[in-house]
Ligand binder design. Structure first.
Ligand code: C2G
Length: 130
């Protein structure tokens, strides 16, 4: 069984997130998604519209996703890859190169982002329409 892992905030879940998860699952048989906790997002400088336990539930409901874990720090990836015997680490290519240190532990794949959609853009558009 080929295990794939990816990490993200997945706030205001949108088609860019879905495209990423679908393509990540196509790279293996079992997809683990680490969803950033609210506390970790504060470290990332991200203010989420949706709390972490709801973002986890939404990601859990996606048919491509087999397991959801919490992402609580930048430093958990190596231990996650070892703990879950991960074969492939996947991220959107806005992160290209940032996680190449994982190449010592698993395959590292950066997938093209979905153009024209982002959580920030959704928030801006919502603000504009109020
Ligand atoms: N994504 C995408 N296309 C978009 C928007 C996002 O492919 N239009 C991808 C991102 O590249 C990422 C995933 O969807 O792989 C989740 O995006 P975010 O929720 O914005 O994740 P981020 O805040 O970048 O957190 O340790 C890694 C971080 O937790 C990543």
């Amino acid at each position: 069984m080929k295990t794939v892992i990816t990490y993200g905030t997945f706030d205001l879940f949108h088609i860019g997130h879905l495209n990423l998860l679908r393509r990540a699952k196509e790279l293996g048989d079992y997809l683990i998604v680490a969803v950033s906790s609210d506390a970790f997002n504060a470290i990332k400088g991200k203010q989420c519209a949706i709390p972490d336990y709801e973002r986890m539930e939404i990601v859990k409901a996606i048919k491509y996703v087999d397991k959801v874990i919490l992402e609580e720090s930048w430093d958990q990836k190596i231990s996650d890859v070892q703990k879950y015997d991960v074969d492939v680490f996947v991220m959107g290519d806005d992160w290209k190169g940032k996680f190449d240190f994982l190449k010592d532990y698993c395959e590292v794949v950066y997938l093209p982002r979905t153009e024209g959609i982002s959580t920030t853009q959704i928030k801006e558009e919502m603000k504009g329409s109020m």
